[in-house]
Design a protein around this ligand. Structure first.
Ligand SMILES: CC(C)(COP(=O)(O)OP(=O)(O)OC[C@H]1O[C@@H](n2cnc3c(N)ncnc32)[C@H](O)[C@@H]1OP(=O)(O)O)[C@@H](O)C(=O)NCCC(=O)NCCS
Length: 125
């Protein structure tokens, strides 16, 4: 159950894609500094960015960062409230990619990262 967005080049080639879907997190999963600003709901709504990938032939040309920015902008534009965009990094390389883009790790789940919507809003302001 996810919406898939595909980056199609002018020659029709597919450079990469990502998916977006709804998810939720529990407060104890998050760092205390973040929890302090959130309501005490059992589940906090969020957006899951899944399967972001760039075709090996096109990696290293900025398409990954472009797709990520596109995903963050779509998430921000959504009229449905969410506190952050969340990713599950598939390996250490992917984790480094997201950390460079200001994603923060969950407590005790180092491969799961989030970027608060307030931070994303500031990015596009
Ligand atoms: C991770 C991935 C999406 C990056 O896409 P890309 O098009 O090669 O990345 P870009 O060219 O947009 O690079 C953006 C920035 O991230 C950096 N970067 C790219 N891949 C990186 C990696 N594996 N580790 C750390 N930094 C990385 C680049 O150096 C660049 O920074 P710079 O401009 O300061 O040099 C791509 O390598 C990929 O599809 N990997 C396999 C699938 C995957 O791991 N997806 C992650 C979801 S789990």
């Amino acid at each position: 159950m996810a919406a898939c967005f595909i980056l199609v080049l002018q020659d029709g080639g597919i450079a990469g894609y990502y998916t977006l879907s709804s998810t939720a997190v529990q407060l104890p999963e998050l760092p205390e500094t973040v929890v302090r600003k959130l309501p005490r709901y059992p589940l906090i709504p969020a957006i899951l960015l899944g399967r972001l990938a760039v075709d090996q032939r096109y990696q290293g040309r900025g398409y990954g960062r472009f797709l990520l920015a596109d995903a963050l902008y779509r998430s921000l534009r959504s009229e449905i409230a969410s506190f952050a965009v969340i990713v599950n990094a598939k390996d250490e390389n992917a984790k480094r990619f997201y950390e460079r883009e200001s994603f923060l790790p969950f407590l005790d789940q180092p491969m799961k990262l989030f970027r608060p919507m307030s931070d994303i809003e500031a990015l596009f302001r």
